[in-house]
Design a protein around this ligand. Sequence first.
Ligand SMILES: [Zn+2]
Length: 281
Amino acid sequence: MNLLRQTVGSRFQTGKNGTLHEGRASMIALFASVLATLLLGCGGSASDEAFPVIRAVIHHGNASEAKCKAFEEGRICRDPGHWIVEMQGKRFTDPDAMDEFFKKEADLERTEAKDPYMSQRHVVIQAEPGSPWSAVHSVIRPGAKSGIYKFDLIAAKPGEKKETVTFWLFTDTSPELPPIELRLLLRWDPVRGVIRRKFDPGEFVSDDPTQGDRELIQVLETMAEERKADRFLFKIYIDAGPDVPLDAVVHTIELCRKNGFERVSSAHGSRPLTAEPERAK
Ligand SMILES: [Zn+2]
């Protein structure tokens, strides 16, 4: 399967230390040593939560807060300054205030036996479907920094009922052997006016959303088969550009979840985004 070969055959990244391996030979050598660790330690259930979920609502500022032609005309607004984050009735405009908020919330539920600094606090982010990923990521990132990994996404307008999509970060408390980490890139191309997607490394799939989905599904199915046969283990990180709208990200996460990869996580810049609490002294 060519796309998969391009994707995993030429270059990939291994676990925590981020070592980059080049070439098929090292890939095969590594695969020989990889055991079924991918799905271990990824779980955690929502049922044992002691506190109500933190609800983060992201919406576009009103006309007096953000004069915006694009939004008024029903187009995607890609100006990050126009998007407002609210949690527990409070508006967050200052990243430091968000850091402080999450640190305090995370401290309430550091109950993970394997890693006492990991927090079981659960965050549901409800944002307008056209919210830029930068706004959504502005909530996930400080949460992850304080040790929170349970994030759910809802791409819906205020008051609208939509399905919740699980987007829990990998916590990787102690995998013995590293799985193969792949990025699934989403990038807005302003010249062509489309969102381009690809597994990295690899070729972009078709710009046509339906055909693009088909091509991604082919790769996912092949990866799922490889995993089932214990030959390859994969972790998928969604790497969305800051101006990619949330509904496109959610759609791609769902595609992964429906095609063998229940758990996908978020990338941050050149690295996977993992819940990384500051270790207590
Ligand atoms: Zn706007």
